[in-house]
Design a protein around this ligand. Structure first.
Ligand SMILES: CCCCCCCCCCCCCCCCCCCCCCC/C=C/C(=O)SCCNC(=O)CCNC(=O)[C@H](O)C(C)(C)COP(=O)(O)OP(=O)(O)OC[C@H]1O[C@@H](n2cnc3c(N)ncnc32)[C@H](O)[C@@H]1OP(=O)(O)O
Ligand SMILES: Cc1cc2nc3c(=O)[nH]c(=O)nc-3n(C[C@H](O)[C@H](O)[C@H](O)COP(=O)(O)OP(=O)(O)OC[C@H]3O[C@@H](n4cnc5c(N)ncnc54)[C@H](O)[C@@H]3O)c2cc1C
Length: 624
């Protein structure tokens, strides 16, 4: 099962090696992270990042190994934005010459970059951004400016205190005309003393949800006061401004401006499956240790994992963790395929890649945030302690519902794609890829489900048909209702809640389909495929209705702990007293409690100042 989860034996081996490297290095300790002040936490992140880079260079780590190293260090920091957004933005939107110049420095960490798109006033509506980049032909420069308070850049990770450079998104103005949003490379801080360059006001936006968690990241605010940059710092793969100030389009679609977001959304699906699997691992292992109540006859107490209610709340998450993992692996393939096509100037699959990344990012991160919260409840009171690992896991993953596109906004993008596809089907065009099922419209609009028993849910063809019929009927229903509205725009707006549901149904179909396709591959190991078939059945059935699932849960229960052990997480990475591999939960909780700064003294700070006078006063009063 470890191999099925990781993707290959090689993947298991590399992941194990990197996880052990991190777990055995004292610099990467994280057990007291939630007790650090913001300043201490930030400094700790700088230290970890520098040490990680040193180890990466010393050990000549490959890209795959370095990524895993970062993953197991498990602390958001400026390096994420540098590697996951700054570098890809230059790769996707820069010319070859620009790539050569900037990526050479970025790959060696001679500069640290971030992705500065969102502003105080606008995040979702990228076309509404206000920062301006006005071309001055007299000096061959762009003047970068924040004309209003709401145009202040707000949120970019690493911007607050660390980044030396950024790809800044701004409205390009030349020859008096506004050409909309484009990307520009800007140096923000001196490479000598790290002070902000003239005209740039920059700082951190303040503490965020939860202790520890995303507070390790210096999300930043930046205002620009007529800052000049050379013309060649406009990213010029999509469009150029000539020396004379003429605006020239390239032959690539302008949507490639959004390409970095497509890339990151795809990586976020993998992050979601990992976060969900960690929460499930903690809740399942703890559920096997925790006992409450016994039989009336005075028998031994029951493991809480044996309660049917616990199983019906927890096992759909276990199944979802596997489902998201497999769809994430497929999405990575899809992204690579689209990128290769783009390189040979085939842009035909871009809309589908956008819909798939946006939809899957949205559905998997929302489900994961909800599931982590529920896993806290599934662990009872102990789940609410920082030492359970769950509060921080929740706080770090919750913003994934918002960053890289608010989940509802992204689902509306999927819905827009679906409405277009329905109208193309109506005019006789055969849909392809993840919407190919819509071509089977006659049958799917009328067919009746053959699913009656739990066993039927293990029949892939029956499952697929149910999900296809559901998704198609919801999409067609929306399209029909939109066509009755006075205008397409009004209809879309009026029906947006239904459109979001139709988009979710389509995305769930993709997840179910990819799970089924995974089961058609050669899967080695005794009983592994059978367990995955049950999990696939649970994933599909829990989305439709909860009846009849008990039988499947009973079949999964004997292997539940093994199914979470297959995630192959070290105790260091899991960071949970409840989810420990050895099950020694109570000693761990007890030990963790004593690490709290409140326990550094027996009598607390503040006793002399506030508690003692209060108690003495009450004592005096009672004697009167
Ligand atoms: C300490 C450790 C040290 C280790 C050291 C070792 C180093 C080793 C390596 C380290 C590796 C690091 C690994 C890190 C792992 C961590 C990973 C996690 C990182 C996550 C970080 C997240 C940070 C967050 C960043 C952000 O949030 S950036 C900002 C994101 N913003 C958004 O997403 C905005 C959302 N809005 C939009 O996308 C758009 O505005 C809109 C799509 C909603 C609307 O667009 P528009 O206004 O143009 O309107 P339309 O709807 O009309 O669209 C026009 C047409 O364009 C199509 N379209 C839209 N979007 C896209 C797209 N993306 N691609 C393609 N096409 C698109 C529409 O469909 C329309 O088309 P049509 O006209 O044909 O219909
Ligand atoms: C932790 C974190 C890290 C981030 N890192 C970065 C970064 O590195 N770089 C960067 O540039 N940005 C970053 N961001 C910003 C992020 O991309 C935006 O917050 C995100 O795109 C959402 O935009 P918004 O904040 O403007 O939300 P809003 O659009 O203001 O959303 C508010 C509400 O309005 C709803 N809404 C908005 N538009 C519509 C619509 N058309 N129809 C229906 N409902 C709608 C949303 O669903 C939501 O409920 C980060 C954000 C967070 C939280």
């Amino acid at each position: 099962m470890k191999v099925a989860w990781a993707g290959s034996r090689h993947a298991v081996e590399v992941a194990d090696r990197m996880a052990c490297l991190v777990a055995s290095d004292p610099v990467f300790r994280k057990d007291t992270r939630t007790m650090l002040s913001r300043k201490e936490l930030f400094k700790d992140t700088l230290k970890k990042a520098a040490h990680a880079w040193k180890r990466t260079v010393e050990l000549h780590l490959t890209e795959e190994e370095a990524n895993l190293l970062r993953l197991y260090i498990d602390q958001p920091g400026y390096v994420d934005l540098h590697w996951v957004m700054f570098v890809p933005a230059i790769k996707g939107q820069g010319t070859e010459e620009q790539q050569k110049k900037w990526l050479t420095m970025a790959y060696k960490f001679q500069i640290i970059g971030t992705y500065a798109q969102t502003e105080l006033g606008h995040g979702s509506n990228v076309q509404g951004l206000e920062t301006t980049a006005t071309f001055d032909p007299s000096t061959d420069e762009f003047i970068m400016h924040s004309p209003t308070l709401t145009s202040s850049k707000w949120w970019p990770g690493g911007l607050g205190k660390t980044s030396t450079h950024a790809v800044v998104y701004a409205r390009l103005i030349t020859e008096g005309k506004d050409y909309g949003i484009h990307g520009f490379i800007m140096q923000l801080r001196s490479l000598d003393d790290h002070s902000p360059l003239p005209g740039i006001t920059i700082g951190d936006i303040g503490g965020k949800f939860g202790s520890g968690a995303y507070n390790s990241m210096d999300n930043g605010v930046m205002r620009l006061d007529h800052v000049r940059i050379p013309r060649d710092q406009m990213l010029m793969r999509l469009a150029q401004v000539t020396r004379e100030g003429k605006y020239v389009h390239s032959d690539v679609p302008k949507q490639l401006l959004y390409g970095t977001m497509v890339y990151v959304r795809q990586t976020i699906v993998a992050d979601a499956s990992r976060a969900l699997s960690r929460a499930v691992c903690i809740a399942v292992r703890y559920g096997a240790i925790r006992k409450q109540f016994g039989s009336k006859a005075g028998g031994p107490e029951t493991q809480v994992l044996n309660y049917k209610t616990q199983q019906s709340r927890l096992f759909p998450f276990l199944a979802s963790a596997y489902a998201f993992r497999f769809v994430g692996q497929w999405l990575k393939w899809l992204y690579t395929d689209v990128t290769q096509k783009l390189e040979s100037k085939d842009f035909s699959t871009l809309p589908e890649a956008h819909a798939c990344t946006a939809g899957l990012k949205s559905v998997t991160t929302s489900a994961t945030a909800d599931a982590i919260e529920e896993c806290q409840k599934l662990c009872g009171g102990h789940g609410y302690l920082n030492s359970s690992g769950l509060p921080e896991l929740f706080a770090v993953n919750l913003p994934a519902c918002t960053y890289e596109g608010d989940n509802v906004v992204l689902l509306l993008q999927v819905a827009r794609f679906l409405m277009k596809t329905v109208s193309q089907v109506a005019s006789g065009k055969q849909p392809v890829g993840t919407t190919a099922y819509m071509g089977n419209i006659q049958h799917l609009m009328q067919c009746k489900s053959v699913v009656n028993t739990v066993e039927d849910w293990l029949n892939p063809a029956a499952i697929k048909e149910v999900f296809e019929a559901r998704a198609l009927r919801m999409a067609v229903n929306c399209a029909q209702n939109i066509s009755k509205a006075p205008s397409q725009e009004e209809g879309f707006s009026e029906l947006s809640p239904d459109l979001v549901e139709a988009a979710v149904a389509h995305v769930q179909l993709i997840i179910v389909t990819k799970f089924i396709e995974k089961l058609q591959e050669d899967i080695l190991g005794h009983g592994v495929k059978e367990q995955l078939q049950k999990l696939c059945g649970i994933y599909a059935l829990h989305l439709i209705h909860n009846e009849r699932l008990g039988k499947l849960y009973a079949q999964v229960r004997p292997n539940a702990v093994a199914l979470v052990d297959a995630f192959d997480y070290t105790d260091h990475y899991l960071g949970s007293a409840l989810g420990r591999y050895d099950g020694d939960v109570y000693s761990a909780l007890y030990k963790e409690a004593w690490k709290d700064p409140l326990n550094e003294t027996v009598v607390p700070d503040g006793y002399q100042e506030h508690l003692r006078p209060l108690l003495k006063q009450q004592l005096k009063l009672s004697r009167l």
